[in-house]
Ligand binder design. Structure first.
Ligand code: HEC
Ligand code: HEC
Ligand code: HEC
Ligand code: HEC
Ligand code: HEC
Ligand code: HEC
Length: 424
């Protein structure tokens, strides 16, 4: 093998090693979280305080009433956190700290409870606990954050970080070795220039030029490959989320709980959503309806007087509560509640999931056209003591004669797939 070929191969190898190295390196920077070597006693105390005072509104990995506190120690310094936990209203309203004001607005002006009696070391222990939990991957179903099962150790991630670091070190060593090797060979050959043939002399005297590297096929192929991967991934992520907001669960201005009201207290959905059996809109209740009870009931199990005080304040100041809308069909589609809940006899659960066990309402179905159509294909028209249905059957007598048995008439057979039924 001539030196020219050898040199070429070596340079290519070095180049590849360097490329892998830089990719690996950027990943390492992005991924490695600093290890926390806190005292177990401090962590235990922090955990206790956190679970006793904060988990009503916060989790480490998940947004609840307040933000997810993962890595809060990196966003804010400890002095700020102490000030904020003791009296967030002061930081927001008196000091007008821009970060706090923005956060407050983002969480719909929800006020955090103040903890003026917390000592320095108590807040420090909470932050230490949050910091140590931040490194842990949350359990898949996220119950960990609320049930205290958050200690699942993230062995897997720690392990992969280690592998990454070792790979980087190995690659650095290989790269250095290769560079040294090339330099030494060149030097050795240069001393013996007289005995080499013309081709090899040229190689030995060749200077390193970036333009040659940039124009090399290998480099171009690598760059194209990298770009394609990034582009395909972002297209994919973008496409599957266009206009589809399944699981959307915005934070509401008042921590109203369906689990408490519809679940534990068994208040009928229609008591608050007054239109749901009567018209197109289900309606969100006004604060008057809340006051039917809350003129008497002034203390709740989770927020004490704080939660309900806000409801009463809205009532007294005659200010409507700005609930954040969860479900939203585009204007081009027509959906009518009573048609489904009364005529169709469909339970709320079918479309909205177990609302009566949700603390925060979450969009259960994806509300796409395919979702509506599928159900219209599969669901039989409701025939239970239903005058509306009898009338329909009459109108559709010919279709029944055409082979649709009684009880087997699906929504599709009464026009449930016609564009104009759902589109204006
Ligand atoms: C009543 C609900 C509630 C409770 C209880 C609560 N918080 Fe908060 N917290 C919030 C909200 C809401 C925010 C967002 C800022 C705002 O609107 O005031 C927040 C923000 C924060 C922030 C700033 C987060 C960031 O991303 O920078 C920290 C830190 C914090 N809380 C710590 C705590 C700690 C520690 C406790 C327990 C001792 C606690 N909170 C208890 C509701 C609460
Ligand atoms: C005590 C009054 C009350 C009762 C009872 C009640 N809700 Fe609600 N519901 C509300 C309020 C207030 C909101 C707006 C705040 C929110 O989204 O949490 C709401 C929101 C909703 C939403 C989301 C609306 C949107 O923005 O898209 C759905 C769906 C819903 N309720 C379904 C139900 C179902 C199903 C039941 C019965 C199991 C029920 N609700 C019982 C008061 C009530
Ligand atoms: C039919 C009666 C009734 C209606 C209507 C009602 N609530 Fe309640 N609500 C209660 C009761 C009872 C409690 C306290 C439960 C307990 O202490 O176990 C409560 C508790 C609460 C709490 C405190 C929760 C906690 O854990 O601290 C809030 C906030 C609340 N309601 C908001 C609302 C809002 C907003 C509305 C109107 C959309 C509303 N409620 C309508 C009966 C009602
Ligand atoms: C066939 C499916 C279906 C059933 C059954 C259903 N909903 Fe809905 N619901 C929807 C859709 C779709 C929307 C979004 C409507 C929109 O954006 O115009 C919605 C929106 C809502 C809203 C938001 C406010 C509004 O009026 O748009 C509330 C509240 C609600 N539903 C409550 C209920 C309750 C309570 C029941 C049971 C009594 C129920 N829904 C049964 C599909 C359903
Ligand atoms: C869980 C099943 C289900 C889902 C999901 C559903 N529907 Fe329906 N829909 C029905 C049933 C059942 C009827 C028949 C009601 C009756 O007996 O009149 C119906 C009837 C209708 C009708 C009247 C059809 C006619 O010919 O009279 C319209 C319009 C309609 N649905 C629109 C929608 C839209 C828009 C969506 C999606 C946003 C939707 N539906 C989602 C079950 C469903
Ligand atoms: C059962 C109800 C229903 C029927 C029948 C129906 N659609 Fe739709 N359609 C919807 C809903 C709901 C949406 C909105 C879906 C979304 O936002 O993802 C939609 C969305 C669309 C869109 C997309 C608009 C956009 O901005 O993305 C088009 C186009 C459309 N429908 C055409 C039709 C045509 C053509 C027919 C008749 C063959 C038809 N639809 C029948 C419910 C229906």
């Amino acid at each position: 093998m001539s030196f020219k070929i050898l040199q070429n191969r070596l340079s290519r190898l070095t180049f590849l090693v360097l490329l892998t190295l830089s990719i690996n390196f950027s990943q390492t920077i992005a991924q490695t979280a600093p290890a926390t070597g806190a005292d177990p006693a401090v962590l235990a105390k922090g955990k206790e305080l956190f679970e006793g005072n904060c988990t009503a509104c916060h989790a480490v990995h998940k947004v609840k009433v307040g933000p997810a506190l993962k890595d809060v120690n990196k966003r804010r310094d400890i002095t700020w956190i102490k000030k904020f936990v003791r009296n967030s209203t002061k930081v927001i309203k008196t000091e007008k700290d821009p970060y706090a004001v923005a956060l407050y607005a983002k969480f719909n002006n929800t006020e955090m409870t103040s903890f003026p009696t917390f000592k320095d070391d108590e807040i420090e222990s909470i932050v230490a606990y949050i910091t140590s939990e931040s490194a842990n991957v949350p359990k898949e179903d996220n119950v960990a954050a609320t049930t205290g099962g958050g200690e699942v150790k993230a062995d897997k991630e720690d392990y992969s970080d280690l592998i990454l670091v070792l790979t980087v070190i190995t690659l650095v060593l290989v790269a250095i070795t290769l560079i040294v090797f090339i330099t030494v060979i060149r030097k050795y050959l240069k001393d013996r220039e007289a005995s080499l043939d013309e081709d090899d002399v040229e190689v030995v005297n060749q200077k390193f030029r970036l333009s040659v590297v940039l124009k090399s096929k290998l480099f171009i192929v690598c760059v194209i490959l990298l770009f394609t991967c990034v582009a395909v991934r972002s297209c994919w992520v973008g496409l599957i989320s266009i206009g589809v907001e399944q699981n959307y669960a915005p934070v509401q201005p008042i921590p109203f709980s369906h689990k408490l009201h519809a679940g534990d207290l068994k208040i009928d959905c229609g008591y608050c959503h007054t239109g749901v059996y009567r018209g197109k809109q289900a309606n969100i209740p006004g604060v008057n309806i809340c006051m039917n009870c809350h003129s008497q009931v002034k203390e709740g199990p989770r927020f004490g007087k704080d939660g309900i005080a806000k409801v009463i304040e809205h009532y007294q100041k005659n200010r409507p509560i700005q609930w954040v809308r969860v479900h939203n069909l585009p204007d081009l589609a027509y959906f009518n509640h009573s048609q489904h809940t009364v005529a169709g006899g469909i339970e709320c659960v079918k479309c909205h999931g177990q609302i009566d066990s949700m603390e925060v309402v979450k969009q259960f179905s994806n509300l796409t056209m395919g979702w509506c159509i599928n159900c219209h294909r599969e669901t039989a028209v409701n025939g239970k003591d239903n005058a509306y249905y009898d009338r329909l059957l009459k109108v559709h007598d010919d279709k029944v004669a055409a082979g649709i048995r009684k009880g087997d008439m699906k929504v599709e057979h009464i026009g449930g797939l016609e564009c104009s039924k759902c589109h204006y």
